[in-house]
Ligand binder design. Structure first.
Ligand code: ADP
Ligand code: HMS
Length: 567
């Protein structure tokens, strides 16, 4: 377990009248708390707490029993530990008086829902359900509800459901309805017992305030709430008669707008965090969307890519339109007054992690250790000067399925062109390029749909790799701006906390004062961009061949894998 604490470079003088907010980013593997000064967004210190149960994607910890393929679960008490450890550690490292903290804000991965009782107790915490996989949090990358998602999409298309175009024509297996339907169909008793199917983003705010408020962001993007309405009972009954009441009975709840206060810090949460009871707690938010004001990426056409384990692309527009294969468009989904668009790639850093953890020989790991650098840096170094196309490879970035624009998690990865002389660093680079091509596919789809991308801004852990950023600039043929914060989502949460506490009138104003970006840090190299155009053409051919039905081999392989696991 890691409780890393970091001080900001130069926090500046702590003035007696300075006020602070705490932003907490709940990521895939850890929660990070950061202490931020309200007046200028200075980040004084941060602390990270790794979730003790991490991601359960092979075995359920409580029983030791294997989970089926494509599952990914978490334990909700791990999230509360972040409040008890990372928050006090960050405050202590910042050296501020906790009494000077005026608000706290959080963001979460999504869609990451869990089944709870009316008082918020997660079902896995009841002794009788502790051994039931469906009692746990279904992490965003739980991809085992693809069958349910396919049914949702087929029935919605047949019935011409008006909300379907708002999701680019396809609902993802990652979102609330597909996961909820899987729960009903595989564990009906537990479904019956569940009072709320709540996003972890809202559950953690519930733990902080003592009351349940459903945030407008997840409700819109992940919960199919459009123009104030959920999918009808008739539609839900057509999926499964027992599902008719899902929206009304399990999902619908009071909605809170982004930047509003969901409530105030309860006495219990004050004791956990060491912060004053009664300070403002902002409405929950999603890790991607919350980052837009932190990166000053809120104007129409400014696409923000939060590049980490996965990549989320978020962009505002004053136009409401349909972008095929996007995750969704939600009125006020990023900031109020604009239409917020979201698209994404389910695997990016995760693919690089899979590769270095499973495919790179020990000699490379030793060489990296000898050089005193990480394996990512070592592989990057070995291949960064190779001319574009010099490896003779092209890859598809679907090891975690495809979220946009194909919306199909039965798809899987491809590396094409390997020979007996192909080196590990060359495949690593081909995977970098594949993710950049996936992003280009998304950008081109937005451009062709009447919501052009005019600036590309990157936040998230992958901005630390300059070569990767240059690949993106060359592949997109666009300058890349970079958020000037190491903790973009946590800074975004802090910005929302400052607004909820009344320090700023709205998120846009707070973002201008507290957000930070360096413009056009990387610019495209024309020669490289020309060469990447040729590779991208090959990627696009493979993308359509495997992804649009010409060859269903990936679906057949996944089916065989499931059959083998069941046997
Ligand atoms: N130098 C690097 N180059 C490319 N990828 C890296 C590098 N270092 C770490 N990664 C990848 O970054 C991912 C973590 O990104 P990060 O933003 O820190 O996490 P999260 O998405 O959970 O917030 C991991 O999946 C890892 O494979
Ligand atoms: O899907 C979303 C947001 O819509 C993300 O929460 C999800 O991809 C996880 O993001 P990270 O890769 O953990 O930053």
């Amino acid at each position: 377990m890691d409780e890393g604490v970091a001080m900001a470079g130069e926090p500046g003088t702590i003035g007696p009248n300075d006020r602070y907010v705490i932003g907490i980013d709940y990521g895939t593997l850890s929660g990070r708390a950061v202490v931020v000064r309200v007046s200028d967004g200075a980040e004084l210190a941060s602390a990270t707490h790794d979730y003790p149960h991490a991601v359960m994607d092979t075995v359920l910890a409580s029983t030791g029993r294997a989970l089926p393929p494509e599952w990914a679960l978490q334990v909700p008490s791990d999230y509360v530990e972040v409040l008890k450890t990372a928050v006090p550690a960050a405050v202590a490292a910042a050296g501020i008086d906790p009494a000077a903290v005026i608000g706290i804000g959080t963001d979460f991965t999504a869609s990451t829902p869990l089944p709870v009782l009316a008082d918020g107790t997660p079902l896995n915490e009841l002794a009788e359900y502790a051994d039931r996989p469906h009692a746990y949090v279904k992490l965003w990358k739980h991809h085992a509800a693809q069958g349910q998602a396919d049914r949702i999409n087929r029935v919605a298309a047949e019935r011409n459901e008006t909300w379907l175009p708002r999701y680019g024509g396809l609902i993802s297996s990652e979102w609330e309805f597909a996961k909820g339907l899987q729960l009903l169909e595989e564990d009906p008793g537990l479904y019956e017992r569940m009072d709320h199917w709540v996003e972890a983003a809202d559950w953690i705010v519930w733990q902080l305030t003592g009351s349940y408020v459903r945030n407008a962001c997840t409700a819109g993007y992940k919960g199919i709430l459009q123009d104030g309405e959920y999918p009808s009972r008739e539609f839900l009954a057509a999926l499964n008669p027992a599902f008719a009441g899902f929206a009304d009975d399990k999902v619908a709840h009071e909605i809170g707008q982004l930047g509003d206060a969901a409530g105030t810090l309860s006495a219990q949460a004050a004791a956990w965090t060491g912060l004053p009871a009664g300070i403002a707690v902002s409405v929950g938010n999603v890790d991607a969307h919350v980052t837009a004001p932190a990166a000053q990426a809120v104007e129409p056409g400014q696409m923000l890519a939060i590049m980490g384990t996965s990549t989320c692309h978020v962009m505002n527009s004053d136009v409401l339109t349909e972008v095929p294969g996007m995750c969704g468009v939600v009125d006020g989904g990023i900031v109020s007054g604009l239409y917020g668009y979201e698209a994404g790639q389910s695997g990016v850093g995760d693919i690089f992690a899979w590769y270095v953890n499973n495919q790179v020989p020990g000699s490379y790991v030793e060489a990296a250790a000898q050089r005193g650098i990480g394996i990512h840096e070592h592989l990057t170094d070995l291949v960064k000067d190779q001319p574009v196309g010099g490896h003779g490879l092209v890859a598809l970035d679907w090891q975690s399925g495809n979220r946009s624009v194909l919306v199909d998690h039965e798809l899987s990865g491809v590396v094409l062109g390997t020979t007996l002389t192909t080196r590990p660093e060359e495949i690593y680079r081909a995977l970098f390029e594949a993710t950049a091509f996936g992003t280009r596919t998304i950008v081109e789809t937005f451009n062709a749909s009447g919501v052009p991308v005019t600036e590309f801004i990157v936040a998230g852990g992958l901005k630390r790799n300059p070569f990767l950023m240059q690949v993106y600039s060359d592949v997109l043929r666009m300058p890349i701006s970079i958020i000037a914060s190491e903790q973009g989502p946590a800074l975004g949460s802090a910005i929302h906390a400052a607004v909820a506490a009344g320090a700023y009138p709205d998120v846009l104003t707070a973002g201008r004062a507290m957000g930070k970006v360096d413009r056009a840090v990387y610019v495209p190299n024309t020669e490289a961009a020309d060469a990447y155009d040729r590779l991208y053409a090959e990627y696009a051919t493979l993308h359509d061949y495997f992804g649009r039905g010409a060859n269903e081999v990936m679906h057949r392989l996944k089916a065989m894998k499931r059959e083998a696991a069941a046997a």
